[in-house]
Design a protein around this ligand. Structure first.
Ligand code: HEC
Ligand code: HEC
Ligand code: HEC
Ligand code: HEC
Ligand code: HEC
Length: 475
């Protein structure tokens, strides 16, 4: 049998394989294979390198070359065979393989060994390539279009959760459709046809039960959550006030009752949004415990179900910015001042910082030069004594403002303050009030509640040095 195999396959293959295309293919495959193996060894013994462009080369480009080289070998064989066939030059018998010729024998051994190594390389490379494409480095860094989302992700509670855990979830079908979608987006980026900013919501995002709920148990009883927020005024002293809110987050309590913000929404509320950002929600349907359904709508009686996107409410309808929270300029500055990174001891710092954060800059680079420079210029001309006494605080404030700006504004992607609304709450964006506006009425005249105390206890709203914080030992 071995003899036959040699006669019918090895000899013709060697004969036809001796052509420039196949030889070039062999050379490309060998060169990229050796480079990849060298890189893997280096990575194994050395430090991992998370430069995304190296990843592009070693996990995608080289494997592609490797496979292209392999594919060239049979292509060359076929081309040469065709050519010879046309010219009627195919020999009746292929040149004899002389196994006594030791050079030739070694040649065959090398080809066999190379084939085994090649198979190994292909399997390792495809595994590495696939896992590289799933890494946050690939998703977030190799493509500048993702810069805003990646920046917000790096400073979020989810900075150690891979993009694919939320954006794709598990399962072969999800993986496949994500790659089809991804290829389309890659083409858009290659040909500069991508939208700016990248639109939200992500329509193809899978339901939260396949993603978020892989890590978070939806009915975990969280109970009450205390929220303390500071705000600073635009006066000379940057007067600080605080709000203290107890949110009724609830969940499934010890008696298995679903309660509070987390308990009441999940799995049994559907809605229709009539705009692409899911802000206009004229129709909401709730399935009651007895199986009946209640429809709350802002439309006149008898209008029926409006045209639009119909969704079952899940985590993402409130936590739409779970890994990519862009805050408002007010929030960003209030937080930085509460932490002292922008010192409230600098007179007028709140008013001036707000102005600088909200001004227009052509690029992040321009902002990072202009913001600190203009802050110093402001104190130099208006309050030179402050600059003289607190130069270090002014510098730290300028640097921190640049950080706040670069975490939230991305001129090249047209992402600025407020571009991506956050649905948690109702102060800056409609959020909960998309439904809880008091206008969504059922047939019996009840409406989705706007009662402040249904969602929270407002212990204190905008008070200076509230006593309750002293009582709690927080202040
Ligand atoms: C914890 C879950 C989670 C992780 C991890 C995550 N995302 Fe997202 N991402 C979301 C959600 C939720 C949305 C908003 C979806 C919506 O509103 O429909 C979103 C939206 C986006 C959008 C659309 C534009 C926008 O800002 O809304 C992009 C682009 C994006 N994510 C990229 C990434 C990249 C890149 C990574 C990894 C570096 C990543 N995401 C990691 C949950 C996640
Ligand atoms: C792979 C696991 C994983 C997945 C998937 C995941 N999370 Fe998380 N999430 C975590 C961990 C871990 C933390 C806690 C991080 C910490 O406290 O530092 C967290 C924290 C949070 C928090 C509280 C912190 C904050 O940012 O306010 C929220 C809210 C949250 N997740 C919502 C979601 C939502 C919504 C999704 C789906 C879009 C999701 N998570 C998907 C692991 C995950
Ligand atoms: C009706 C809106 C809504 C839905 C739906 C919702 N959440 Fe929340 N969730 C909230 C609010 C409001 C908070 C408190 C926000 C804050 O801390 O500022 C919160 C807080 C959280 C926290 C932080 C809890 C803590 O101890 O600080 C986690 C984790 C979380 N949600 C996960 C989820 C997951 C997972 C889902 C889906 C199964 C979900 N949420 C669905 C509104 C919602
Ligand atoms: C898509 C519409 C929708 C959105 C958005 C929404 N809810 Fe609701 N919510 C409902 C419906 C419907 C009910 C049930 C009303 C009823 O049974 O009377 C409800 C009930 C509640 C209840 C129970 C009220 C009660 O009287 O016991 C709370 C608390 C609540 N929601 C909090 C929130 C919070 C907080 C947010 C924003 C983070 C939010 N909801 C966003 C539709 C929504
Ligand atoms: C449907 C639920 C819901 C209703 C009704 C509601 N709120 Fe809220 N409210 C929230 C949530 C959720 C937050 C927390 C937002 C966050 O995590 O930042 C909040 C936060 C606040 C804050 C904190 C300050 C801030 O800057 O975030 C104030 C003040 C407030 N609400 C006032 C009110 C008042 C006044 C009413 C009654 C007219 C009301 N809310 C009705 C859900 C609700």
């Amino acid at each position: 049998m071995l003899q036959k195999f040699r006669e019918n396959w090895v000899r013709p293959a060697l004969f036809f394989g001796n052509n420039p295309i196949s030889l070039a293919g062999g050379a490309i495959t060998t060169a990229s294979g050796v480079t990849m193996i060298a890189y893997w060894l280096m990575e194994f013994f050395g430090r991992p390198n998370d430069n995304p462009y190296l990843g592009l080369i070693f996990f995608l480009l080289l494997p592609a070359l490797f496979i292209a080289g392999l594919a060239l070998i049979p292509v060359g064989v076929i081309v040469r065979r065709r050519k010879l066939q046309k010219a009627g030059q195919i020999p009746a018998e292929f040149p004899k393989i002389d196994f006594n010729d030791h050079i030739f024998r070694h040649g065959v051994d090398i080809v066999l060994a190379a084939t085994i190594v090649n198979l190994l390389v292909v399997s390792v490379a495809s595994y590495r390539g696939a896992s590289y494409m799933d890494s946050p480095q690939f998703c977030g860094q190799s493509c500048h279009v993702m810069h805003p989302e990646y920046t917000a992700y790096k400073i979020s509670a989810h900075s150690h959760v891979a993009c694919v855990d939320c954006h794709i979830g598990s399962g072969a079908q999800a993986y496949f459709s994500a790659k089809v979608n991804g290829t389309k987006q890659l083409l858009e980026v290659t040909f500069d046809r991508y939208p700016t900013p990248i639109p939200s919501p992500v329509e193809s995002l899978r339901p939260a039960r396949y993603t978020c709920e892989g890590c978070h148990t939806p009915a975990r009883f969280i109970g009450e959550k205390l929220l303390v927020k500071s705000a600073f005024a635009d006066d000379e002293k940057n007067t600080e006030t605080q709000s203290v809110v107890v949110l009724h987050l609830g969940g499934r309590d010890s008696l298995s009752h679903l309660t509070g913000i987390h308990g009441v929404h999940l799995g049994h509320i559907e809605y229709v949004a009539t705009d692409p950002t899911r802000t206009s929600i004229p129709w909401v349907q709730k399935r009651n415990e007895d199986g009946s359904e209640t429809v709350f709508t802002t439309l006149p009686a008898g209008s029926g179900v409006p045209q639009g996107e119909r969704r079952v409410m899940d985590c993402i309808d409130c936590h739409n910015r779970a890994a990519h929270t862009f805050v408002t300029a007010e929030d960003a500055l209030n937080r930085a001042m509460a932490e002292g990174a922008v010192s409230p001891d600098l007179p007028w710092i709140h008013k001036k910082s707000m102005e600088l954060l909200k001004a227009n800059y052509a690029s992040e680079a321009e902002a990072s030069v202009k913001i600190p420079a203009e802050l110093v210029a402001f104190y130099r001309s208006e309050h030179p004594e402050v600059l003289a006494a607190k130069a270090a605080l002014v510098k730290a404030a300028g640097d921190q403002l640049v950080v706040l700006y670069s975490q939230n504004v991305f001129p090249f992607m047209k992402v600025t303050w407020g571009t991506h609304p956050n649905h948690i709450g109702h102060m800056d964006y409609p959020g909960c009030f998309r439904c809880h506006d008091g206008n969504h009425a059922a047939k019996d005249g009840t409406s989705i509640t706007q009662d402040c105390s249904a969602c929270h206890n407002l212990l204190v709203v905008d008070e200076a040095k509230p006593k309750v914080l002293t009582d709690l030992g927080i202040q």
